[in-house]
Write a protein that binds this ligand. Sequence first.
Ligand SMILES: *Cc1c(COP(=O)(O)O)cnc(C)c1O
Length: 403
Amino acid sequence: MKVFTIDKDEGYSLSMIVEKSERLKRLPPYLFKEIDRQKNEVKARGVDIIDLGVGDPDIPTPQHIIDALKDAADDPVNHRYPSYSGMDDFNQAVADWYKRRFNVELDPQREVITLIGSKEGIAHIPLAFIDSGDVALVSSPGYPVYNIGVQFAGGKTYFMDLLKENRFLPDLESIPPNVAQKAKMMFLNYPNNPTSAVASDDFFQSVVLFALRHNIIVCHDAAYTEIAFDGYRPMSFLQVEGAKEVGIEFHSLSKTYNMTGWRIGFAVGNAKIIEGLGQIKSNIDSGAFQAIQVAGIAALSSGQSCVEEMRRIYAERRDILVSGLREAGLSIDVPLATFYLWVEVPEGYTSEGFTSHLLTRAGIVTTPGNGFGSAGEGYIRMALTVDKERIQEAVTRIKKVGF
Ligand SMILES: *Cc1c(COP(=O)(O)O)cnc(C)c1O
């Protein structure tokens, strides 16, 4: 066999320059780099780290959902390419769940689409509606994927600051008229990650009016509607009149059923917007594994006592952490929803400075608020994704090191 060799005398050098696209080069700087470095350093010292950094539930997926996957995985019907837009039965289960949970009517054929996790749909949707130079309104702080998706599509992001004095809702009236006029999309998320703020009926109504006035597609990320406490039940954006005219809602099984690793979510609402997202997806992916959709049907259609139990666990952790932090001298509101605490840093600290202090002195990982956007400066996010004993231990350590 003749082996191919490159004749270096011909002027080839055995190296190539791998040039990344402008799209990647223009990505915002990765703000957690320094914190990651410190985390590795603290780990290397052998410190017992309490990780309140990641928004990834520690509680396992409920057993009846796992069992549904096991059975479905054995069925050869599920080994083939799924339908792009989702199994009819899954989309029907979503529509039924929306009816039961929010009293919102959805046509499972035209107003529901299955996603490979809601992040997938959120990242892809700008490709359907944003052209080069188009403007999208994105809240800051916020889930980073909204901005990145807009950037990847060639769009420009206008950040709407979420401020404490506005209860972490964007002030739509402060958006300059020329920006509002040019905007094509808006991303919102309530209950909110990272601030844990919740939205009222009034706020969603003002969003619908604003969107109608300026012809803006509203994408509401509803990943946390089921993680709420003290009897509070967050609403769907689609419950307000006119919402389905202007927008869609992203939803995920990840947080509701502790299924972050499974990759299943969905978007619902305006049929034209869902169709646009579907067109992009059908050219990129081939749908979610059917066995996972079958498990998703089990999750949405069975009794919801597992969700009730999860709420109870997070509420207990929340109460321990909130009262502990208050005793330690931090100012903190009790969140009504999500599994995050959005904590103001004490006098004299920046977000990164306080994160670094807790990490290096107390072995506690938190997330600096500015990592979610510049308006997050002055805060850190703590996730309630470790058990209550560890949360108690975190409180003890914080009181001991002080600040
Ligand atoms: C976790 C999260 C998601 C994404 O979840 P998927 O696992 O991709 O479904 C979306 N939005 C927010 C705000 C989140 O915190």
